[in-house]
Design a protein around this ligand. Sequence first.
Ligand code: GAP
Length: 475
Amino acid sequence: MLGKKKAQKADKNMKDKDNETMEKVISLCKRRGFVFQGSEIYGGLAGTWDYGPLGVSLKKNIENIWWNMFVDSRPDVYGLDAAILMNENVWKASGHVDSFSDPLVEDKKTKKRYRADHLLEEAGINPAGMSIEEMSAEIVRAEIKSPDGNEFGEVQNFKMMFETKIGASEDAGVTYLRPETAGGIFVNFKNVVDSFHPKLPFGIAQIGKAFRNEIAPRDFIFRVRELEQMEIEYFVREETWEENFEHWRKNVWNYVDKIGLPRDMVHELEVGDKDRAHYSKRTIDFEFDYPFGRKELYGLAYRGNYDLTKHKEGSTANIDYVDSESGEKILPHVIEPSLGVGRTFLAILTSAYTEDELDGEPRVFLKLKPSVAPIKVAVFPLLKNKPELVAKAQEVFEMIRTEIPQITFDTNGNVGKRYRRQDEIGTPYCVTIDFETVESENPDDAEVTVRDRDTGKQERIKIDSLVSYLKEKIK
Ligand code: GAP
């Protein structure tokens, strides 16, 4: 058994290492063009991040895999791309205008604002289910001070929706940037039913931006003000909600496997009655072991028929679902798997970041599953000043590109340096064209070297079979 001091030291060392990992991942993201600070040359804008060329490829892979698994491959799920700006009554009816808020507390002297629940958590107090009055009392009782050493005021509810004005007139109407993509799905429920006449159960899926005026955006792209969600509202008969909840629970795990997140870093958390969103009857959070702690990655909620009921009342439109056989009118219940794109991106990067030693040299590589890697294959001529090697490499590059579009051609530096650059961005395979390739007597026998990112091992593969070999490896 470790003594208390030793255990504390081990704990601190672990935290330092985790902080270091985060710093290294953030620095790699900037250096290699995955993620940049939003509005950087103007000093940034808190809670916003821009995805660079490699970041946007990784993000699109995350989204495409989701869309392919849950929309294109399923006859019962319909895609949607609704407007971000919606009639303000949508958010009044859904309860967001009244209830979508976070507990805020202000430093009495500096007026800086903090999330009260986060302060309590950091002080080792579980804020789950506490009212704002109870949080205020706990902050006083536990003598929690601001980082500047000052006292806090009372905890208040801070509204998280971004408000904006529509139109140019003085009395222009108020609207909000949507805080979840789900809103667009609920108000289009009847449109999809009328156009496609789906039978229950069926789903409507959407990928898109959502906006939240987070009090304390933090942990890189983990908690941001402009985010992206991949959401499905799966409409079911009330009596089948439990089996459909299980169905989507399994599907969340299938997605976790498909994008290569290690299962042992993902954990389910049953969210207690007092902590669920105002619309939810049951929620499971899927949490991930990020370097800064175990935090929410995804949510799976049973929203009952709360939303359709509220929109029917709020809009007075007839949005009932009519069973085509029995003529029965119902407002279906809904199961909602809600996945954040940015949190998936961060989970993939932080779990893939690896340091090891190869050929006696330290190296950094991203152990990405090929399906999410922004670049699947890099092609090089062994030497850049040998035209015959460059020409053959270009020919091989074009041949692969028609079948595998996420590919790059590199002639900078020596081959060793090129391998390290590709390792650092997670490219699973590098193909090198050397003298043996071009000097092969029979062009049908010409071979190239294919190097595996994780092991550094190299294999000779015939150009003839190269595309099918690579396709098999990256699928
Ligand atoms: N429609 C349900 C909904 O929006 P949520 O738990 O508030 O539920 C769903 O959000 C997911 O969206 C989260 O699990 C997370 O992946 C992502 N998310 C929420 N707020 C976020 C933020 N401020 N920054 C980044 N991602 C966020």
